[in-house]
Design a protein around this ligand. Structure first.
Ligand SMILES: [Zn+2]
Length: 416
């Protein structure tokens, strides 16, 4: 047995040596939590082997070295709220995309969106609903994982769940049986719907806890607390978390009470509800960029005009969450605005009062934690080698997140 064992060990050691080893170095390194100067990363295969001062890493033998002047290394970015199957509504409105464009056409567009996202430094996305494109997100994810097309790692929601009567497309002749942008389900049938979506590939369950279906078109709760609890119970028992679209205060409260992991939008968030979020460890995704984009599509000019009521509300809920210490994740609802311009949300988070370094944390380590991605979002030994290099110092100037110079996902370079 002994010679066999030593032969095996010899083969294993050869395999380790055969793995490509790369040293990535720059003036600054943001490890997902803090900034270091003159640090680097050693990548071996698809993993991070070592992180530390360049002076310590220089002695390690490597196959190649990556270095850009005046730049910052960061973990691969994590987009918290994307729709890779949608594209900006000022090009084609949502109704048309949902009703007139075939799932295949939308999936082909999705391939391009995925590549743009990866090129922008986002190596992971949480994609929150195909909006009428069935399970095309599940297939896009598979094509990326199989190496057929380049794109970010995807956590997908599939069709997402809405209450009967609440969701769009709306305003058509009632004689038409229209396909909705998500799957309608109610009461006890939610048990079957959640299980069905899981069976078809959903990594997370997305539920619309409210929608603009109030008497005057305002956001009002859709599901009862009992229904939301049922959704959470079924999803949680499968090891999946629940994401709630919720703008109105009552829907936010019900969703928290039911046990969701993240709140999307949260426009009417108040102090006591923010405190409840913090206590329960519920994450907040304010989606600032989507609102700014939609307002600008409606004619609002940021340079010359005052904020609209919607934007005032958004700023208010964001600053309350910030003040109350709610964990705020980065997720802009990208798709409403162009894929690849994900950094817009980061710029707005900074503009609305969050420090740049905190924005960087939200986009890396905090998002990884919120999505239970245990080996992503930080530059740490044994973590997946998702690494990017950006120009300049984004901890001082967040706009630098738009100039991504180099992208690596799981040890493979996609932008150089
Ligand atoms: Zn969304």
């Amino acid at each position: 047995m002994k010679p066999l064992l030593s032969l095996l060990l010899f083969i294993v050691s050869l395999m380790i040596q055969a793995q490509e080893r790369t040293l990535v170095k720059a003036d600054r390194l943001f490890d997902g939590v803090q900034l270091h100067y003159n640090w680097g990363v050693i990548v071996s295969g698809s993993q991070i082997e070592k992180v530390g001062p360049i002076s310590e890493l220089n002695s390690i033998e490597v196959n190649n070295t990556v270095s850009y002047p005046n730049s910052t290394i960061s973990p691969g970015l994590i987009e918290g709220h994307s729709h890779l199957l949608l594209y900006p509504y000022n090009q084609t409105d949502w109704n048309t995309q949902v009703l007139k464009e075939a799932d295949t056409y939308r999936a082909i567009r999705g391939v391009v969106h995925a590549e743009n996202t990866l090129q922008a430094g986002f190596t992971t996305v949480r994609d929150l609903g195909s909006e009428g494109a069935g399970y095309a997100d599940v297939d896009l994810k598979k094509a990326i994982n199989d190496g057929i097309v380049p794109g970010p790692r995807m956590l997908v929601a599939g069709r997402a769940i809405v209450a009967t009567g609440s969701y769009g497309p709306k305003g058509f002749d009632r004689d038409q049986e229209l396909m909705l942008g998500a799957e309608a389900s109610d009461g006890n049938d939610l048990i079957r719907t959640v299980r069905d979506q899981i069976g078809k590939g959903a990594d997370v369950i997305k539920v619309y806890a409210d929608y603009r279906w109030g008497p005057n078109g305002e956001a009002k709760p859709t599901f009862t607390l009992q229904e939301l609890k049922l959704i959470c119970e079924v999803a949680h028992s499968s090891g999946r978390s629940v994401v709630a679209h919720a703008s109105s205060l009552e829907a936010i409260r019900r969703a928290i009470e039911a046990g969701v992991q993240t709140i999307e939008h949260g426009d009417e968030l108040d102090r006591s509800t923010a405190q409840l979020m913090r206590e329960r460890g519920v994450y907040f995704y304010p989606t600032l960029a989507a609102v700014e984009s939609i307002e600008s599509y409606r004619g609002w000019n940021k340079e010359s005009q005052k904020e609209t009521e919607r934007l005032k509300k958004k700023k208010n809920s964001f600053s309350i969450a910030l003040k109350e210490g709610v964990s705020i994740g980065m997720g802009g609802d990208v798709g409403v605005y162009p894929h690849g311009e994900n950094a817009l949300e980061m710029e707005l988070m900074q503009e609305y009062g969050m420090k740049s370094l905190e924005v960087l944390k939200s986009t890396t380590s905090l998002n990884a934690k919120a999505f239970n991605l245990h080996n992503l979002g930080q530059l740490k030994e044994g973590f997946k080698a998702d690494i990017i290099i950006v120009n300049g110092d984004p901890s001082k100037d967040i706009h630098q997140m738009r100039s991504v110079l180099w992208v690596m996902k799981e040890g493979k370079v996609y932008k150089d």
